[in-house]
Design a protein around this ligand. Structure first.
Ligand code: GLY
Ligand code: MN
Ligand code: MN
Length: 463
């Protein structure tokens, strides 16, 4: 089978586009901008990452492209037009070859490849809009802004003076071009969010996607084991991070899936600790939340490991960790279609299980303390091309075969006399990636050791 991108055949990309267009009513048009190069400062760019929906529908890895799909009565069911950077010999000397207009048709199977010039695109969009009755697009204002976190509930002046550019609409470099397009796209009654449609397709993974995600999990899991082997008092958190990233890169990962957490000692009380500049202590634990992106899909794993020279947990560390591990396993066991759970149902169970575990460890919890203080985050999130994948799919959706989500219970015990002394100052989380089956499930991150005996053996250098 001819693979357009490693692990995914060209026919699957065709099926994805067809599945999208089959969902949409007659006379529907989809307008989707590809990703753009992002800059760290002036002309210093970051490594390019394609916009996730564009990647899902085309498999194309070049910046500044755009895609228009128009539902019709052709054998294919739609017309596919791609706007791409034309080939330019002078540019190729610097950046290497691009697919060009020809490649858009021959490699990516567009019916028509056109130049990604703003005026060409504008003219095309104008005539496409005249032909269609339903437009599926995400305008900048429709793009869902990530939920405001508890830490920064206010809008910042940055939101006004430096608006983010979550879609590729700033491809229209001249202000008038941009305004024309926005007017064209937004001045319609039948404009709908494309993201919602995409998320409903992307939430269930195909066997090929699951195979790639299993590899992403396996690579990150093995890298996590190497971090455990390197773990010892005096090591820098950043050295442990370098071990993880080196191992992932060596196995072919494209990049880290997110800024990772390497939090030892008290640093682990900060859920999003990313400074990673501490030194591992004599008898602490380190929580590592890290994952790689491999062939366009991410993994997201957390493990908690002892930092001691002999690789052993203290009794209190082990007790708390084992409580967490039982909750991880209990929640993972709910990941089947047959049982009819939703993600919110799994979360509710995690709260119930954790409160029983903590009671058994001697905690006396007031009403709401667990969810407000000790376990203030959710049990998990959908996972796929994006780390927090398909965010328009409600947590109240029933789990179905092919869905992938994370299970990540955590406990963060403040240094407060309200809690048993032995556990104060401990922060721990454990996180697996789980694929839902009809009557079973698959842990995609199983290479990362998580049983106490395995962690201690790996950390102690015995395996
Ligand atoms: N590493 C981010 C998360 O677990 O969602
Ligand atoms: Mn994570
Ligand atoms: Mn996660």
């Amino acid at each position: 089978m001819e693979h357009l991108t490693p692990g995914i055949p060209a026919t699957e990309y065709e099926q994805r586009r067809k599945a999208l267009m089959d969902r949409l009513p007659e006379k529907s048009t989809v307008v989707l901008m590809g990703g753009r190069t992002k800059y760290m400062s002036r002309n210093i760019f970051y490594k390019f990452r394609q916009e996730s929906n564009f990647w899902y529908l085309t498999g194309m890895q070049e910046p500044d492209a755009a895609l228009i799909l128009e539902k019709d009565h052709s054998p294919r069911g739609y017309k596919m037009t791609m706007f791409v950077e034309p080939r330019q010999m002078t540019k190729e000397v610097w950046d290497g070859p691009t697919c060009g207009l020809d490649g858009a048709e021959k490699i990516f199977r567009a019916d028509e490849g056109l130049m990604n010039d703003p005026s060409v695109m504008l003219n095309y969009i104008k005539s496409a809009l005249a032909r269609c009755e339903h437009l599926f697009v995400d305008l900048p204002t429709q793009v869902s802004i990530p939920r405001q976190s508890m830490r920064s509930p206010r809008l910042s002046i940055h939101d006004f003076l430096a608006p983010p550019s979550p879609t590729g609409f700033d491809l229209f470099v001249r202000k008038t071009d941009f305004e024309n397009v926005i007017r064209l796209l937004s001045d319609r009654r039948n404009t709908h969010s494309l993201q919602r449609e995409m998320d409903r397709l992307r939430v269930r993974k195909s066997p090929n996607e699951l195979a790639v995600m299993r590899q992403a999990g396996s690579i990150s899991g093995q890298a996590m084991a190497q971090v455990m082997r390197a773990c010892r008092p005096g090591l820098l958190e950043s050295e442990a991070q370098a071990v993880f990233e080196y191992e992932c890169a060596k196995s072919g990962a494209e990049r880290p899936a997110y800024v990772p957490v390497f939090a030892s000692g008290r640093n682990a009380l900060m859920i999003h600790y990313v400074r990673n500049d501490g030194v591992l202590g004599e008898r602490d634990v380190m929580s590592v939340d890290a994952g790689c992106e491999f062939r366009g899909y991410v993994s997201d794993i957390t493990r908690t490991m002892p930092t001691s020279a002999d690789g052993r947990f203290t009794p209190a560390q082990r007790d708390l960790y084992e409580a967490l591990l039982r909750v991880l396993k209990g929640c993972t066991a709910l990941a089947t279609e047959q049982q009819g759970y939703t993600l919110s149902g799994v979360h509710r169970r995690s709260v119930e299980m954790l409160s029983v575990e903590l009671r058994d460890l001697g905690f006396h919890l007031g009403f709401g303390t667990l969810e407000r203080v000790l376990y203030p985050h959710y049990i998990g999130h959908w996972l796929g091309i994006d780390l927090h994948d398909v965010s328009t799919v409600e947590r109240a959706t029933r789990l179905q075969e092919g869905m992938v989500f994370t299970v990540e219970p955590g406990l963060y015990i403040p240094d407060d006399p309200a809690y048993p002394a032995a556990f104060r100052g401990l922060g721990m989380r454990v996180e697996d990636d789980v694929a839902v089956g009809y009557s079973d499930y698959t842990v995609l991150s199983s290479e990362a050791p998580k049983e106490v005996a395995d962690i201690e053996a790996v950390c102690g250098g015995r395996i």
